[in-house]
Write a new protein. Structure first.
Ligand code: ADP
Ligand code: ADP
Length: 233
């Protein structure tokens, strides 16, 4: 579903490339965990999938990244909304409206989804993420875990094939983190969504993963395996 072919990224002024010569495949319908120490290039790798690199953060991308066959460099991130949904560490950074329900509808408005389909998708997403009881709540009054579920819901309404998340549980307590991870696992199993999740704390998330990509250090080749293989490294 996601292919990285000889991918390198360099930022202007940086001494070393943030990523070099990455060849990887993320299979469809799996929860794939991207782990490695801070600064090793996890966010950059996710950015090449969402199109943030090079369109928004700068950086020079060499090689090719395709999602469902679409080259992320030749499409603007907006044009990839029905292919890739992106969620960051801080859900508050996502929100542009007041209530949960408005936030779920917002992303679709700019995609030109017809109103009846929009309403159906909002309902479906509220149910899917266990947010139906919170639909009229101002986002500012929600807990961290609830906010992160709204952030996931707000990109899910576009029905993306791939969901990319950068340390989505890092600001959450363990119980809220588990809630979010369980939601992601359900999306993979029930809808066949492909999830690529970056995290520097392997222990917290590894039990939820189908596949793990380890970036061991700057410039080192990725190690790919199932969770038990990676835990042994
Ligand atoms: P990680 O997510 O694993 O912490 P990053 O992808 O954020 O790693 O960073 C990889 C390297 O690229 C680091 O050395 C970081 O300082 C550098 N870097 C990341 N983003 C930028 C940017 N926008 N401009 C310049 N350097 C950057
Ligand atoms: P529409 O595309 O008109 O919104 P539906 O809402 O009926 O049509 O969704 C089409 C199919 O997509 C349904 O089978 C539904 O189960 C499934 N689906 C629901 N949520 C998602 C999602 N987040 N990503 C992908 N498919 C989804």
């Amino acid at each position: 579903m996601i292919r990285f072919e000889n991918v390198s990224v360099s930022y202007d002024g940086a001494e070393h490339a943030a990523l070099s010569g990455i060849d990887l495949t993320v299979p469809e319908g799996e929860l794939c965990l991207l782990v490695g120490p801070s600064g090793v290039g996890k966010s950059t790798l996710l950015g090449t999938v969402s199109g943030l690199v090079p369109h928004f953060t700068g950086g020079t991308l060499r090689g090719r990244v395709t999602v469902a066959g679409r080259d992320t460099r030749t499409h603007r991130p907006r044009e990839l909304a029905d292919v890739v949904g992106t969620v960051g560490q801080d859900p508050l950074a996502h929100f542009v409206t007041d209530t949960v329900e408005d936030e779920l509808a917002y992303g679709m408005e700019s995609l030109g989804v017809p109103p009846a389909t929009m309403r159906r998708r909002v309902e479906e997403t509220l149910d899917l993420l266990g947010l139906a009881g919170l639909r009229d709540r101002p986002i500012a009054t929600l807990s961290g875990g609830q906010r992160q579920r709204v952030a996931i819901g707000s990109v899910l309404t576009a029905h993306p094939k791939v969901l990319v998340l950068d340390e989505p549980t890092s600001a959450l307590d363990p119980a809220a983190a588990e809630e979010v991870l369980a939601v992601l696992q359900r999306l993979v199993h029930d809808l066949g969504t492909t999830v690529l999740l970056a995290e520097h704390r392997l222990e917290r998330v590894v039990q939820y993963a189908d596949q793990v990509i380890l970036l061991p250090g700057p410039g080192a080749a990725p190690v790919v395996g199932d969770p038990t293989e990676i835990m042994a490294v």
